[in-house]
Design a protein around this ligand. Structure first.
Ligand SMILES: Nc1ncnc2c1ncn2[C@@H]1O[C@H](COP(=O)(O)OP(=O)(O)OP(=O)(O)O)[C@@H](O)[C@H]1O
Ligand SMILES: Nc1ncnc2c1ncn2[C@@H]1O[C@H](COP(=O)(O)OP(=O)(O)OP(=O)(O)O)[C@@H](O)[C@H]1O
Ligand SMILES: [Mg+2]
Ligand SMILES: [Mg+2]
Lengths: 229, 229
């Protein structure tokens, strides 16, 4: 489904070079449930942004569902993202001037869903994260964890084939976090491909595959077949 | 040191009333090391903002180090905050146009510390969170966890008597998180008062006192004397 070949992401700040990703080769197969773990600053968010077609690599190639992404134009990338990928950002990226319902409807505005249908599906997605009672409020009137749950609802509203989530339970207590993990597990059972970044060892333990990153390199891959999990 | 009496915080959105805090009475004594725990949306950040003199209650009184805060003017509040309190926000609130070093120096600019002294103390604080090598970079060039550590360094740079930190390890892997917790423990041993909001049960377990919040009410207080910890 997604194939990275020798992908690097290099930033230049002043005369310094920062290798956020360093020559990463990685395959993600359809229907997998994966967690990405690693120390702070190791390259997890950078990897997710590249996998999610939000950022392009400095070197290397990416193939997503048969399309060579590194050649695609920004408009083509936006189309692929909108139709195939749901993304939950580490710091949510909600639009403060829209209310919660409008934020969740947004991906469907781009894909041309009717206003009535948008509203129904957005309310359903908010029910999945138990926040339908805050539909008319604005993101900054919610707590950190509540905003995170709105961002999760927005990522799921277009029924994406692939979901990339960057620490989706980072601002949630363990009880609320477990409910969100159950949601992702259910989506995985429906055949969608799910990749989560997490610092929580309990979450990493329940996903069949773990990808470990250190200093921009993929360190360790625990595959279900090898690990006998 | 800090006494809350019948403090409520009530928001009005449309015709709805949201009781973020509901009649909270609470004492925090000098030198305590406390964790504040509770579900997402239960009122933890709201409580911290009121304890940290960043927000005022709708009802009730607060006394901090002998001063009745609820009567203080914004200028007086800023002075009290700057001299006595270090605050780590749940989402950092770093200034994107300043570099990392300038962000950490900022509290000392307000308290009139010389440029040379500011620079030395800011670099020392960055060393405490192992980020001195990113001093010249900007916050948005750092990862989520790295930004969080800059926010911690900024909160400590003025040697505050009281430190309030809202999920200071939320974006950190367990190894980096433990290093930060050790830092707070050391500060507590120096006699400072430390209150941390956390979703991490392992952190809550190591602080001598835990305050549990549910639906804006302080549910349970485990005191060291009572719990025999
Ligand atoms: N400006 C606001 N307007 C309306 N409601 C608000 C506002 N700020 C917070 N709230 C509500 O007050 C309640 C408490 O919010 P608070 O941010 O204190 O929760 P929290 O315990 O910190 O949660 P989390 O763990 O998700 O960060 C929540 O229901 C939240 O939606
Ligand atoms: N725009 C940028 N300019 C320069 N360096 C950057 C930029 N964005 C990220 N980096 C650096 O790239 C490295 C990887 O960052 P990334 O955000 O992927 O880490 P992460 O694993 O997600 O960390 P965290 O767990 O703290 O969120 C870090 O050292 C970071 O400082
Ligand atoms: Mg990250
Ligand atoms: Mg909060």
């Amino acid at each position: 489904l997604v194939e990275l070949r020798n992908v690097s992401k290099i930033y230049h700040v002043g005369d310094e070079e920062i290798r956020a990703l360093d020559n990463v080769t990685l395959d993600i197969h359809g229907g997998e449930f994966i967690s990405i773990i690693g120390p702070s600053g190791s390259g997890k968010s950078t990897l997710m942004h590249i996998l999610g077609c939000l950022d392009s690599p400095t070197h290397g190639t990416i193939e997503l569902d048969g399309t060579m992404i590194h050649h695609a134009t920004p408009v083509q990338l936006a189309g692929i993202r909108n139709r195939k990928i749901g993304f939950v950002f580490q710091f949510f990226n909600l639009l403060p001037k829209l209310n919660v319902l409008q934020n969740v409807e947004l991906p469907m505005v781009y894909s041309g869903v009717s206003a009535k249908e948008r509203r129904l599906r957005a309310l359903e997605a908010l029910k999945m994260v138990t926040l339908e009672n805050r539909a008319k409020h604005r993101p900054l009137q919610l707590s950190g964890g509540q905003q995170q749950r709105v961002a999760i609802a927005r990522a799921l509203v277009n029924n994406p084939k692939i979901v990339f989530a960057d620490e989706p339970t980072g601002n949630l207590d363990s009880h609320t976090g477990e409910a969100i993990l159950d949601l992702f597990r259910k989506l995985s059972e429906e055949g969608r491909t799910i990749a989560l970044v997490t610092h929580d060892p309990e979450i990493a333990a329940v996903t069949p595959r773990r990808i470990e990153i250190r200093d921009g390199k993929v360190a360790l891959q625990v595959d279900p077949k090898l690990a006998g999990l």
